[in-house]
Design a protein around this ligand. Structure first.
Ligand code: KIV
Ligand code: ZN
Length: 518
């Protein structure tokens, strides 16, 4: 008997491009590399690493990701203009498998009001852009921006020109999240049936979530014959976001009976990827989020708990460990040594170099001194914090805070700034305000505070707090993180971490404005 393998659906992750376009989700260079490496390890087929013409930072990130990624195809976005395409081609040079993704809008509303171009001019731009991109690589993806609101005949014509000019992947974005599963199914079917040579290319879905239908629409596209799905970790992206990668991958895995397609994604890394992206962006994952939410595998009602104890399949369609969720375990304590700590990190999928390991171990020991039980989640917070922190120009050397009822809070803080220690004593409207005032006094800056958020890493009053601080300066946004058993210390770490990221961003200014339409 011969077993025919199921057709493969390629997973195209755009967390670092469309995901980073979410307001406030800006990531540093190091964070992007860290996410790309994890996506590569997960077996994501294509990583859209950025939009190289948009800023020097994006260009460098695409270049570096091209260098470090081993298995995945690395993709760079470009509009139809030659400058865009050349920048993408240049940034992708170090990649083993480079892909240029070029796009132009095809809907009447976009062509008239945004591009101010007629149909013929758009068709010409498609031909020219795809041809140009093919000079750099044989793997060229073309997208019809706002495809779902485009006129059908014109969309078919545009796709025909793209294929004729050498596109190998045709992406059909539901840019404004307007479509529905049946309609999206019909559009993909129509393109596959009507466009000459449609069988020579891979069709791709790219669905936004404005009506909460991104995943459903993407799966309808797969059923209609699309063999690539564009998605992001935790579904982050413009406005209401994109189709969530973890939901697409698990829906295809759990419902193979009616959607017999394979993805190459190692699903046991989904939870880690979700935590990393949430940590880096400061966007919390909603508790009831499918697959990766805190409550996705908890059973609260008595009837459900009773059913679960009798047989897990009564209320569980997938096992938590399939997505990398392990029941909270007491892992290490005060007496655990380097060996046990390294084993634990490896079991959790972390590979740190000696220096990073040494720093993480020291922080683990400090934590174990303060906190009786150290859980997996504590270790994730600790190590991610270590990676995010990097080599900072500013660090917290000392912090003392007095506060209480009827007394003004007072903060005395010492920061090391470029190797020099400076101390300030400040007050504020509360203890956190006093701390932030001290930082502003010691390192004056114009950035404004956009978000201050505290999350407990585990349960219990000795739990570590993870604080997120988002700062904005001249349109640049950064999110800093800090973890400690003392919430005020975590707040100081988070603010200083955000400032360090801002310093790095300032060094990487955008060379080109993004206003060039073609
Ligand atoms: O939503 C969209 O249309 C896009 C394109 C650039 C593919 O993100
Ligand atoms: Zn998009």
């Amino acid at each position: 008997m011969t077993i025919t393998p199921s057709p493969k659906v390629r997973i195209f992750d755009t967390t670092l491009r469309d995901g980073e376009q979410s307001p406030g989700a800006a990531m540093t260079h190091e964070e992007k590399i860290q996410i790309a490496e994890l996506l590569d390890e997960m077996g994501v087929d294509i990583i859209e690493a950025g939009f190289p013409i948009s800023s020097a930072g994006d260009f460098e990130a695409v270049k570096e990701i091209s260098r470090v990624v081993k298995g995945s195809t690395v993709c760079g976005l470009s509009r139809a203009g030659f400058k865009d395409i050349d920048a993408a081609g240049e940034a992708l040079k170090p990649a083993k498998r480079p892909r240029i993704h070029t796009f132009i809008a095809t809907s009447p509303v976009h062509m008239k009001h945004k591009l101010q171009m007629g149909e013929n001019a758009v068709l010409e731009a498609i031909g020219a852009s795809v041809t140009r991109a093919r000079n750099f690589t044989d793997d060229v993806q073309w997208s019809a921006e706002d495809a779902t609101r485009s006129e059908k005949d014109f969309l078919c014509r545009a796709v025909e020109v793209a294929i004729h000019s050498g596109a190998t992947v045709i992406n059909v974005p539901d840019t404004v999240g307007y479509s529905t599963p049946q309609e999206y199914f019909d559009i993909i079917t129509m393109l596959r049936e009507r466009v000459p040579n449609a069988d020579k290319v891979v069709f791709s879905t790219h669905c936004h979530n404005d009506l909460g239908l991104a995943v459903a629409n993407s799966l309808a596209g797969v059923l209609a014959g699309a063999r690539q799905v564009e998605c992001t970790i935790n579904g982050i992206g413009e406005r209401a976001g994109n189709a969530a990668l973890e939901e697409i991958v698990m829906a295809l895995k759990v419902r193979r009976d009616i959607m017999p397609y394979e993805t190459g994604v190692a699903t046991n890394l989904l939870s880690r990827a979700s935590k990393l992206v949430s940590n880096v962006t400061g966007f919390p994952v909603q508790y009831n989020k499918a697959i990766v939410g805190k409550n996705a595998f908890s059973h609260e009602s008595g009837i459900h708990q009773d059913g679960m104890l009798k047989h897990a399949e009564t209320y569980e369609i997938m096992r938590p460990e399939d997505v990398g969720v392990h029941s909270t375990s007491l892992v290490l304590g005060k007496l655990s040594g380097r060996h046990a700590f390294r084993d634990k990190l490896e079991a959790m999928g972390y590979q740190l170099d000696d220096e990073a390991f040494g720093d993480a171990f020291k922080r683990f020991k400090d934590l174990a001194d303060k906190k009786k039980h150290v859980f997996d989640e504590d270790i994730v917070a600790l190590v991610d914090d270590e990676i995010v922190r990097g080599h900072d120009a500013i660090s917290v050397r000392d912090l003392r805070v007095e506060s209480g009822i009827g007394v003004p809070p007072v903060c005395q803080m010492t920061l090391s700034i470029n190797g020099e220690d400076k101390t300030a004593k400040t007050t504020g409207d509360g203890a956190v305000d006093a701390i932030f005032n001290a930082i502003r006094e010691l390192y004056p800056h114009a950035a404004t505070l956009q978000l201050f958020q505290i999350n407990a890493v585990t349960e219990g009053t000795d739990a570590q707090a993870t604080v997120s601080v988002r700062l904005e300066e001249n349109g640049r946004t950064v999110t800093g993180k800090g973890s400690d058993t003392d919430t005020l210390v975590a707040a100081a770490f988070a603010y200083v971490n955000a400032l360090n990221k801002l310093l790095v961003k300032r060094e990487k200014q955008a060379p080109e404005a993004l206003t060039v339409a073609r």
